[in-house]
Design a protein around this ligand. Structure first.
Ligand code: GAR
Length: 209
């Protein structure tokens, strides 16, 4: 059984999808051992509490330095003996120290088909605003392993859906979450927990079952 920490900053629908997948038995070999929030107000913390999962707040601005913030998280991760991390709507860039300590064991969910609409400034609703402004016909989500860049790590899974003529950023965001993110994030965590991801340079190969 792999111990998972889920990092959140906001609403936590992706956290909920992981909680539900574990409860339904569609995500196995994973124990959600902790939720780490970068905000004390995140609704995701309530979702964690409702599911009986310990929640911890590590808020960057409450620390004197960025290093102190990172070190505090690393100490807690070690104490909890965390094996893998899911960034589920986490709006803080992870320090290279964390990336190194958990190399190829941190999964991020991004609400676009990377390399479209990713990197600096492309997060949350802005991704969908930018996609609609560009007139794309397909939207979707991507899971990838974390490296030291922003949304640049090796891609694990992608799922696409059509953009509808009357989509607004909000309606598109909602469908991408429900039909893409909430499906591929638990699936990716299953692959990671089962040690089926092989990183080959910038790419990931998925081993057969
Ligand atoms: C999700 O759409 C997630 O993909 C996105 O923020 C939202 C969080 O929703 N993440 C990013 O944009 C990261 N670059 P949630 O809190 O309901 O899971």
């Amino acid at each position: 059984m792999k111990k998972l920490a889920v990092f959140v900053s906001g609403g936590g629908t992706n956290l909920q999808a992981i909680i539900d997948a574990v409860a339904a038995g569609t995500l196995t070999n994973v124990e959600i051992a902790a939720v780490f929030s970068s905000s004390r107000k995140a609704y995701a913390l309530e979702r964690a509490a409702n599911a009986g999962i310990p929640g911890f707040c590590f808020v960057p601005k409450e620390y004197e330095t960025r290093e102190a913030f990172t070190d505090a998280m690393l100490v807690k991760l070690a104490e909890l003996q965390i094996d893998m991390i899911a960034l589920a709507g986490y709006m803080v860039v992870l320090d290279p120290k964390v990336v190194e300590a958990y190399q190829n064991r941190v999964v991020n969910i991004h609400p676009s088909l990377i390399p479209a609409f990713c990197g600096k400034g492309n997060y949350g609703i802005h991704v969908h605003e930018n996609a609609l402004a560009r007139g794309v016909k397909l939207a979707g989500a991507t899971t990838h392993l974390i490296d030291c860049g922003t949304d640049t790590g090796p891609i694990v899974m992608q799922k696409a859906i059509p953009v509808l003529d009357d989509d607004t950023p909000e309606t598109l965001q909602k469908r991408v979450m429900k039909e893409c993110e909430h499906i591929i994030l638990p699936q990716t965590l299953q692959l990671l927990a089962d040690e089926r991801l092989v990183v080959e340079g910038p790419c990931v190969r998925i081993l057969p079952e």
